[in-house]
Design a protein around this ligand. Structure first.
Ligand SMILES: [Mn+2]
Length: 245
C-alpha cells in the first residue's frame, strides 16, 4: 500500500489538481487519493477534475456545490432536462457544470457519500463538518455540507461568525474537511481543514499520510504533512456569490 493523499476543495481547478499530484510524485495504483468534496464549480474545468479523479481512482465525499448540481441532475434523470430546468433553478456557474460534464461524470458525482470513515488513519472525512455536540452519525446532510461555525447559542451555522466548528470538536476521530476557504488551512486539535482557496487564486492543498499511519494529533506534525501548489490564476473573485459558498 502507498500513501493516502487527502486533497482540499478543487472547484474545477483541474490543472492545479494535476500539478499537485505531480508535485507529490503520485504513484498510480499505489497511492490513494481522497477528495474532501466540491470538485466542481467556480474554476474553469469541472469536467477535467472529475476525469482526473476517475483516472487516478480517487474517492471523495460530496460537497455542497456537487450536491447543487446533483439536485438538478436527479430531476433531469427522471423527468428530463427541460423539466429539471423548470423545477431546479441553478446559478449560471452550476449550469455550466451541468452542461460541461458528461452523463457518466454526473453519475460519478451522484455516487459520492456524505461521510467516509478511514479507521486505519483514525480519520472521518466530510465536506464541511459536523455538529460537535451530537454523535457524528446523527448529523443531517445540511450540516455535513454547509456548517462553518458555532454561534453564541451553541448552534451550528453556515456563517463565519462565531467559533469554527472544528475548534469545538473533541474527537476521538480526526476529521478532515474542506468548505471554509476564508479560514484557510485549519489545524485544530481533532480536525484539519484543507480548503485553501485554489479557485480564488490561492493554493490547492493536500495532507499526505503513509499507509496505515494514524493522523498525527499534534498540529505541527500535520502541518509538516501538508503540501501545496499555487493556483494558476484567480479563477473566481472571492465573495462574488451565488448564495452561500
Ligand atoms: Mn463547499
Amino acid at each position: 500500500m502507498g500513501r493516502t493523499i487527502f486533497v482540499g476543495d478543487i472547484h474545477g481547478c483541474a490543472a492545479e489538481f494535476g500539478d499537485l499530484l505531480d508535485a507529490l510524485k503520485f504513484a498510480q495504483g499505489v497511492d490513494r487519493v481522497l477528495l474532501v468534496g466540491d470538485l466542481v464549480a467556480r474554476g474553469p474545468d469541472s469536467a477535467g477534475v472529475i476525469a482526473l479523479a476517475q483516472s487516478v481512482g480517487a474517492k471523495a465525499v460530496r460537497g455542497n456545490h456537487d450536491e447543487k448540481v446533483l439536485s438538478w441532475w436527479r430531476v433531469a434523470q427522471t423527468s428530463g432536462r427541460r423539466e429539471a430546468n423548470r423545477r431546479v433553478k441553478l446559478s449560471e456557474r452550476h449550469q455550466q457544470v451541468a452542461a460541461q460534464c458528461s452523463e457518466p461524470q454526473l453519475a460519478f458525482l451522484a455516487t459520492l457519500p456524505l461521510m467516509m470513515s478511514l479507521p486505519e488513519h483514525n480519520v472521518l472525512m466530510v465536506h464541511a463538518g459536523v455538529d460537535p455536540s451530537i454523535p457524528t452519525a446523527a448529523n443531517v446532510e445540511e450540516v455535513l455540507l454547509t456548517v462553518r461555525s458555532i454561534d453564541e447559542q451553541g448552534k451550528v451555522t453556515r456563517r463565519l461568525t462565531g467559533l469554527p466548528w472544528a475548534a469545538g470538536w473533541r474527537g476521538p476521530q480526526q476529521i478532515v474537511f474542506g468548505h471554509d476557504a476564508r479560514r484557510n488551512l485549519q489545524l485544530e486539535a481533532f480536525a484539519t481543514g484543507l480548503d485553501t482557496g485554489c479557485c480564488y487564486g490561492r493554493q490547492l492543498s493536500a495532507l499526505v499520510l503513509d499507509a496505515g499511519e494514524p493522523m498525527p494529533t499534534a498540529p505541527e506534525a500535520r502541518r509538516a504533512r501538508v503540501a501545496q501548489v499555487a493556483a494558476r490564476a484567480v479563477w473566481c473573485p472571492m465573495g462574488s456569490g451565488d448564495g452561500p459558498e
